[in-house]
Design a protein around this ligand. Structure first.
Ligand SMILES: [Zn+2]
Length: 84
């Protein structure tokens, strides 16, 4: 496996694929998600598709890169949505 390097500072202290937690009261939380609506003009059935966000963080300078777990699922919804 190739060593990852920070695009900002060049450090190899990279922590990939970290969960991004949204914190609620009492310590409950959930992972942040990106949402694409298949039919944004609809009142109710917007056909939303969500994918969990993951962060890659540099342990040296704190640079953060974001990605989603399943981008193809999002793209499928985005590319099929109606122009409204
Ligand atoms: Zn860095």
């Amino acid at each position: 496996m190739a060593t990852m390097k920070c695009p900002r500072c060049g450090s190899e202290n990279i922590m990939p694929n970290l969960r991004i937690r949204d914190r609620y009261e009492r310590g409950l939380g959930q992972d942040l998600e990106v949402e694409v609506q298949g039919n944004p003009g609809a009142l109710i059935f917007k056909g939303a598709h969500r994918e969990t966000l993951r962060a890659t963080v540099c342990g040296e300078c704190g640079n953060v890169g974001l990605s989603v777990e399943n981008p193809k699922g999002l793209w499928e919804t985005y590319s099929q949505r109606e122009n409204s």
